[in-house]
Design a protein around this ligand. Structure first.
Ligand SMILES: [Fe+2]
Ligand SMILES: [Fe+2]
Length: 203
């Protein structure tokens, strides 16, 4: 046993891990499902922070900023996965809508939720308790999960033709691709904050 949260088999998430708001965030949260059937309404893109400014943030402030991305990812992927199922059911394969997209989004959502749980239940609390120097192995594992999820994003880019809906696409289809483009940008930005600013502090 290397630590209470990491052993030779990998992650050991405490059974009592209780993430505030996670229960709601795991589903559609407060989104209006009826309205979403017509058109998902993405919030504005989170502003990108200059690297030099992010590097000057205290651990706690940086983690709060990263959590804003986590919240946006959960909301946006739940909305996108739901909307993709609706568009796929409404339009046949001849429409050009990628039939594999709903499954790809469901897979990415599941992977992302497991990744966020490890960060929110283990990594961030340990950092905030001042024991970040014990996190070398978990951080390496999280970095490789980022690579896997970025491969998932590349599959989304290929499936959707870089999030470009065809000329005849309906409003819901267009809104879905706009939402996915937002998620893509925010996910890559969140990885940049973790891998280039937060993680190097403890490696
Ligand atoms: Fe994260
Ligand atoms: Fe991460």
């Amino acid at each position: 046993m290397l630590s209470p949260w990491w052993d030779r088999r990998g992650w050991a998430i405490p059974a009592q891990a209780n993430l505030s708001g996670r229960k709601d965030r795991a589903g559609l949260g407060g989104l209006d499902e009826g309205r979403m059937e017509f058109c998902p309404m993405p919030a504005a893109q989170l502003p990108r922070m200059e690297m030099s400014r992010a590097e000057r943030l205290e651990d706690e402030t940086l983690i709060r900023l990263i959590m804003q991305y986590h919240d946006a990812h959960v909301r946006d992927l739940a909305s996108a996965a739901h909307t993709a199922e609706i568009v796929a059911a409404r339009h046949g394969p001849e429409s050009g809508f990628p039939p594999a997209l709903p499954d790809e989004l469901a897979r990415l959502r599941e992977t992302l939720q497991a990744h966020q749980l490890r960060e929110e239940a283990v990594l961030f609390p340990v950092i905030l308790e001042g024991r970040g120097e014990t996190l070398r192995y978990p951080i390496k594992a999280l970095g490789s999960e980022h690579d896997d999820m970025q491969d998932g994003l590349e599959r989304l880019v290929r499936l959707t033709g870089d999030y470009a809906a065809p000329a005849g696409a309906c409003a819901t289809w267009r809104a879905l691709y706009d939402l996915l483009r937002k998620f893509d940008g925010e996910f890559r930005e969140h990885v940049r904050l973790e891998e280039r600013v937060l993680f190097p502090r403890f490696q």
